[in-house]
Design a protein around this ligand. Structure first.
Ligand code: HEC
Ligand code: HEC
Length: 215
């Protein structure tokens, strides 16, 4: 509370100083309505600025053939989890480009920058999530749901740690997006069938709580 109060006060001071300067040199401070609207709007995607220095050429050489860099802002991971994501990019495919060729040396440069800027102490950018449809074809069976839990959710804590947690679909979606940001191997594009299964077997309604039963 204190800290943010101080920061706000500093920002107000800086704004006042800027106003004073503008008044002195006679700049018209009329901001067009459209610009004001833009300034007040919360961005709905992270903005990652291409850094300077050696890491800049690593990113341009190894990481921009298939997609942009803004998505890094959705993550807040330690070195080991960033390393694993980069390793995944070696076998990722996009059209005719097959995987990044990043060298071990360049990977260390990139990891230093990623952990400094998008490490576990940072707050991952809130993901505006558009659910994808779950149909008969991709609905998970009990065995598939259990397998997904074991594959993606047992690295950092035991399943018993949250065996008692019951959430509705929105609750599980929020939780899973957070676990992905922190380094779960679950891919964001595979999340919806798993969310549907969790809400069905560990839902907020008593009738959804068949997880410990036959379901
Ligand atoms: C050969 C194409 C290709 C290259 C080169 C590539 N990526 Fe990817 N990347 C993908 C694909 C495809 C996905 C989506 C599937 C996935 O997440 O595995 C992805 C997903 C990602 C994501 C997660 C996006 C999300 O959905 O939240 C991040 C972060 C990322 N890449 C970072 C990197 C970094 C860092 C590099 C450089 C070391 C890199 N990528 C190089 C193809 C590529
Ligand atoms: C990379 C490590 C990691 C992985 C993998 C992981 N979690 Fe977590 N999880 C955490 C940490 C750290 C916390 C505690 C901090 C927090 O609440 O964000 C947590 C907290 C939770 C909580 C809240 C517990 C409570 O008492 O409120 C739930 C529920 C949960 N995780 C479910 C999952 C599920 C489901 C998966 C699989 C998709 C998963 N986790 C994978 C690290 C992880």
């Amino acid at each position: 509370m204190m800290a943010s109060g101080v920061r706000v006060a500093r920002r107000a001071l800086r704004a006042a100083a800027a106003l004073a300067v503008a008044a002195t040199i006679g700049i018209a401070l009329v901001i067009p309505a459209a610009a004001q609207f833009e300034a007040n709007r919360r961005p709905d995607r992270p903005v990652v600025v291409l850094p300077d220095g050696p890491v800049r050429s690593v990113i341009l050489k190894d990481c921009t053939q298939c997609h942009g860099i803004d998505e890094y802002g959705y993550y807040a991971m330690d070195r080991a989890h960033w390393d694993r994501l980069i390793e995944r990019m070696k076998t990722a495919k996009s059209g005719i480009v097959a995987g990044t060729n990043i060298s071990d040396q360049d990977k260390e440069v990139l990891l230093d920058w990623l952990v400094d800027n998008y490490g576990p102490e940072t707050e991952p950018f809130f993901r505006v999530y558009v659910p994808r449809p779950v149909t008969d074809a991709n609905t998970l069976s009990a065995a598939q749901g259990q397998a997904a839990l074991e594959a993606h959710c047992t690295e950092c804590h035991g399943l018993d740690d949250f065996a008692g947690i019951r959430l509705d679909e929105t609750g599980w979606r929020t939780r899973l997006v957070n676990e992905i940001a922190r380094g779960s191997t679950l891919l964001i594009q595979d999340a919806d069938p798993f969310i549907e299964w969790l809400a069905r077997t560990r839902g907020a309604e008593p009738s959804d709580q068949s997880y410990n039963g036959a379901q």
